[in-house]
Design a protein around this ligand. Structure first.
Ligand code: 5GP
Length: 126
């Protein structure tokens, strides 16, 4: 699957659509999900054109990979959900492709916390 530069997160990165930014650096942008599923629901995206986590893992530079992982930790800490910083915990989700039910074809990790998130996987789609 090739990258579609008209996807909604590409438009956010170009500043064509507003977002509620919680963290930004040279390689990463993190912003609040428009339809939050938990008190904390932040999307962390690389600035590079990567469709999904497997694309990112294969094609991103070491600097991008490191920045992305670090950013996820920074966001979790800043949101007060990181256990090592006294938070009550969180879940990271990265949906990929059709079976993963990925809606936006630009890699994003959801960080969900602030409530009990529940079972890891549902047996059937709802
Ligand atoms: P996916 O199903 O692809 O893993 O998740 C896509 C997420 O993007 C959804 O949780 C959805 O609410 C969020 N989303 C879709 N459009 C926008 C938008 O324009 N702004 C923000 N902040 N989130 C969006």
């Amino acid at each position: 699957m090739s990258y579609d530069d008209q996807n909604i997160f590409a438009k956010i990165l170009r500043g064509e659509i507003p977002n509620d930014t919680v963290y930004e650096d040279d390689h990463v942008l993190a912003f609040r999900d428009i339809q939050p599923q938990a008190p904390t629901h932040v999307l962390v995206i690389p600035k590079g054109p990567y469709v999904s986590f497997d694309d990112f893992a294969e094609n991103a530079s070491d600097a991008e990979l490191a920045a992305y992982v670090r950013a996820i930790g920074k966001v979790a800490r800043a949101e007060g959900v990181a256990p090592v910083a006294g938070g009550n915990g969180f879940r990271m989700i990265a949906n990929a492709g059709e079976d993963g039910v990925q809606e936006v074809p630009h890699l994003h990790v959801h960080i969900l916390g602030g409530r009990r998130i529940g079972r890891m996987v549902q047996r059937a789609e709802t």
